[in-house]
Design a protein. Structure first.
Lengths: 212, 251
């Protein structure tokens, strides 16, 4: 169990990462990564939904009739997503508004359905929970790295705190930081994601060559 | 047959369980969500009406701050709501329909207008919601105009889905400041010129030098055009209905 869990962690975080290797969840990756805080909340929402949906699906796996299994998966996933949506609206309304329709769209995130179908529906609850959780973490850490650069270069801030302006002024650039507007827009998201996948694949290839 | 019945019952039971659980969460949090929305709306009306949090002046507000960023004391907001805001409901007569062709108020029988009062009870202005189209979606706002309907006290944007960092900057205080003192006399002139215009470089604010112009945001021309169109179209109706109301009251 422990070695299997370790393999799941390695797979989801790097070797078989949902974003960089499986190229899943790209829509939200491009949409929410222009602000670090929104990305973090979105990531936490996805981790919650993926892990608990996997747990429930795994518990019910032996009694779900096979012909309606995908209907049940969607029902479970959407229930957890609505739960996240209501919680955000009630306790962090500003972030809920900033995330707009993307919280609801977690339902359609291929990572979740993919993990339910490929793992949770045929594995024990403990492992399924770990797999769901780590898939969410694998998605979130990639988004956070992208969001870090997009917010930093696009707004000159991090979590809303001005970073680039003081840095530029401290090194003698009197005009401060000129915001890279393109980083905030969709093309900046495409560009950053492509760069990230390129870097990740290059590193993976290098590791593979060294092993050989 | 047995399989079909089991599948059917399974779906019914599992759906009932999850819907029941969500229904419970919805009931528990409904009140909080409604309160959040109401509080946000009140803050917007107060900000547009130039009621700022205690001890805060316009010059102390960061140019990038939104209304929600201001250090509001929620008890004071509720108190101001009770003491400074009254609602005036005016009927939408058929003669006003010509102003509402493209407006969200088109099929309404009546409109609610906030009356904002100063501490001494005198009228601070009239507040009402506006709705228009931006680049990506709907833009909604609250505007407050002076009691004599000649200038705008302020505006706050309550809903937008514009590009972050560009069009979405309409919610920042730097942009909204250009609407403080905006001249509205153009709505009462019989010309074809648009009563409110947008300029690309405004030297002085409308408080220092009142004009009918506001400064556009660089890189967000379509969003600013949407704001201008929304103001020119919705204000035309509101100012007309308010003018007629004031006339009736005076008579």
């Amino acid at each position: 169990m422990a070695s299997k869990a370790l393999d799941i962690v390695k797979d989801d975080l790097w070797k078989n990462n949902p974003v960089t290797v499986q190229i899943l969840g790209i829509c939200s990756t491009l949409a929410v990564t222009n602000i670090f805080l929104n990305t973090l909340i979105m990531g936490l929402g996805l981790i919650f939904v993926t892990s608990f949906s996997a747990l429930v699906i795994s518990i019910l796996r032996n009694i779900i009739p096979s012909r309606v299994r995908m209907m049940v998966q969607v029902l479970v996933i959407s229930s957890f997503v609505v739960l996240v949506d209501i919680t955000l609206k009630a306790y962090v309304p500003d972030i809920s508004k900033a995330l707009g329709p993307y919280v609801g769209l977690i339902i359609t995130n291929c990572i979740i359905m993919g993990r339910m179908e490929a793992f949770a529906s045929s594995n024990k609850p403990g492992l399924s929970f770990i797999d769901g959780f780590m898939s969410g973490v694998g998605y979130t850490w990639v988004l956070l790295v992208i969001a870090f650069f997009r917010e930093l270069l696009g707004f000159g801030t991090l979590l809303g705190i001005p970073i680039m302006d003081p840095v530029m002024k401290s090194i003698g650039v009197t005009g401060g930081w000129t915001q890279w507007a393109i980083m905030i827009m969709a093309p900046g998201g495409f560009f950053m994601l492509a760069v990230f996948i390129w870097v990740a694949n290059t590193i993976e290839l290098k590791i593979g060559h060294e092993k050989e | 047959m047995k399989k079909v019945v089991f599948t059917f019952l399974f779906m019914v039971i599992i759906t009932a369980v999850f819907i029941g659980a969500l229904g419970f969460v919805h009931v528990v949090s409904k009140e909080t969500i409604v309160q959040n929305q109401k509080l946000k709306e009140i803050k917007s009306v107060l900000y547009a009406g130039n009621f700022l949090p205690e001890g805060i002046t316009e010059s102390q507000i960061s140019p990038t701050a939104t209304t929600g960023d201001l250090p509001w004391d929620e008890k004071r907001v509720q108190k101001l709501y009770r003491s400074s805001l009254d609602t005036l409901t005016l009927p939408v007569e058929p003669e006003y329909q010509e102003f509402l062709e493209t407006s969200f108020l088109r099929y309404k029988d009546s409109v609610d207008i906030y009356m904002l009062k100063k501490k001494n009870g005198n009228l601070q202005g009239y507040g009402f919601p506006l709705r228009g189209k931006g680049l990506w979606g709907t833009i909604a706002a609250f505007a407050v105009v002076s009691p004599d309907l000649t200038r705008m006290i302020g505006i706050d944007f309550t809903e937008q889905s514009e590009t972050p960092g560009l069009g979405a900057r309409i919610t920042e205080s730097e942009f909204k400041y250009y609407f403080r003192g905006l001249q509205l006399t153009g709505f009462f002139d019989n010309t074809d010129l648009p009563p409110i215009r947008m300029v690309y470089n405004k030297q002085k604010s409308n408080r220092e030098d009142p004009t009918n112009t506001f400064q556009a945001i660089t890189g967000a021309t379509q969003t600013c055009n949407g704001v201008r169109t929304m103001l020119n179209s919705d204000l035309k109706f509101y100012l007309r209905i308010l003018k007629d109301y004031l006339q009736t009251v005076q008579d």
